[in-house]
Design a protein around this ligand. Structure first.
Ligand code: CMC
Length: 428
């Protein structure tokens, strides 16, 4: 017998049988139930989508209670240990790990798209000298749509694949130019002899030397961080990507919207906020007072808590290990002691225990980025580069999903009833 949910309407005694599929009922099945006679059908009220599945997806699985994260079934720990970011991006986008030939071809295709049109370079030069790199990033990604009008052919698979390759290849170039712009240094063209992260480091940090020498430890650490950030199912920015994409906007415009969502301090901007918070705390001795303030409601412990994880975020654990390898090269970030002590105290405090608040991906990532030489306002951009793969995979899945239509939530209207217009002389 199929799983069903029986709902009895106490007012009429009428019973409704709603099928349960994949642990969910269809919200539209509730339409059969009417709140009153004129009602078009019962709705659910779910601000912030805390209990609403807006899609079926095969990409990323999270078990928030157990702290499990899988990309297409593969545990994040194995991906971080054994894979590369570009291989992970392929897996996320196309569903299977590539064989050796497919991987070579994919890496080559991405490498061949790293250059930006000179017009885009000029556009980026127009930003204020102190513009936030994330603002530059999201505006420039949106502007790319004017360079690639063919991107509007979203229902042609070849066109979608081409835009996916372009975007994954160009986001590091945009991010690096945004950084160079903010510090007044000339842009560095991509070096296609280097790996994805090696070339990114080259575009960020090359000075007058003829060939940039990539530090293999930092190159690998950045690759691991990119793997960890590649996708995270239906978070705020991914929902924005799907929502904008559902109106059949091109992928550059949709991705600009997703990046705008990521910019916020409750989402991808949290890594930046963590660093600012650690600096503000300033010393281990100030931690108890800071924690007391958080408990009283004076701000949040940034980098803690998650809508889905109610245990340790598995990404935070991997980042903590990676930090030691990076610090062996760069020297220890002095804020690390404050972060470790904050975590220790918070994990013993009933406020955090009872609310199941644990370190999330952003708690330690900023310490690594800072030790590697990134300024704090680059942190959300460093999140956006790998998440581009996830946004595009989710966008592509959404377009191929026959269940999807333009995203358009309902509302519960609680405003004024119908009334007649009053001339301004007669208003009180
Ligand atoms: N510090 C102190 N209290 C917190 C925190 C925190 N970081 N996070 C949640 N709480 C409290 C919150 O005040 C509430 O308490 P009460 O029940 O007494 O009102 C309770 O825990 C539940 O919080 P919530 O706001 O209902 O939880 P949410 O699922 O809506 O929010 C969150 C999730 C990530 C926005 C939130 O935990 C937060 O603001 N964390 C800090 C920002 C941060 O680190 N964001 C990065 C998220 S991971 C990377 C990403 O995917 O973007």
């Amino acid at each position: 017998m199929a799983d069903t949910l029986t709902i009895t309407d106490n007012r009429t005694g009428k019973q409704y049988e709603l099928p349960i599929e994949h642990g969910a009922i269809k919200a539209l099945d509730l339409r059969k139930i009417k709140a009153d006679q004129d009602d078009f059908g019962l709705m659910t009220y779910d601000p912030a989508y805390q209990n609403t599945a807006a899609c079926k997806s095969r990409i990323t699985y999270i078990d928030g209670d157990k702290g499990i994260l899988l990309y297409r079934g593969y545990p994040i720990e194995q991906m971080a240990e054994k894979s590369t970011f570009l291989e992970t991006a392929y897996l996320i986008l196309f569903g299977e790990l590539p064989n050796a030939k497919q991987l070579d071809a994919w890496v080559h295709e991405i490498t061949m798209h790293t250059m930006l049109h000179e017009n885009i370079k000029k556009l980026m030069e127009g930003f204020q000298y102190d513009a936030h790199p994330m603002g530059i990033f999201l505006s420039t990604v949106g502007a790319l749509s004017t360079n690639y009008p063919d991107a509007k052919r979203i229902f042609e698979e070849d066109s979608r694949r081409l835009q996916i390759r372009r975007l994954i290849a160009k986001v590091p170039s945009i991010a690096a130019y945004a950084y160079r712009h903010s510090i007044g240094r000339p842009y560095v063209y991509p070096d296609n002899d280097l790996s994805f992260t090696g070339n990114f480091l080259n575009m960020l940090f090359k000075m007058t030397e003829l060939k940039y020498q990539v530090n293999p430890v930092l190159e690998r650490a950045l690759d691991i961080l990119f793997i960890l950030h590649a996708d995270h199912e239906q978070n705020c920015s991914t929902s924005a990507m799907r929502g904008i994409g559902s109106a059949q906007s091109d992928p550059y415009s949709s991705l600009a919207g997703a990046a705008a969502a990521l910019y916020g301090p409750l989402h991808g901007g949290a890594n930046e906020a963590v660093l600012r918070m650690l600096k503000e705390i300033g010393h281990v001795k100030n931690i108890p007072q800071f924690i007391e303030g958080v408990k009283k409601g004076d701000g949040r412990l940034m980098g803690f808590g998650h809508r889905v994880y109610k245990s340790y975020d598995p990404r935070a654990r991997i980042i903590k290990q990676t930090a030691d390898e990076v610090f062996a090269v760069t020297g220890r970030n002095p804020l690390t002691d404050i972060a470790l002590e904050l975590e220790r105290i918070a994990l013993e405090d009933d406020y955090f225990i009872s609310r199941k608040l644990y370190p999330n991906v952003d708690f330690y990532s900023g310490l690594i980025y800072q030790a590697m030489g990134f300024p704090v306002d680059m942190f959300p951009v460093l999140f956006a580069i790998p998440r581009t793969a996830g946004w595009l995979a989710q966008w592509d899945e959404m377009l191929r999903d026959p269940d999807q239509k333009i995203a358009r939530p309902r509302q519960v209207y609680i405003g004024a009833e119908r009334r007649d217009y009053v001339a301004k002389e007669q208003r009180t």
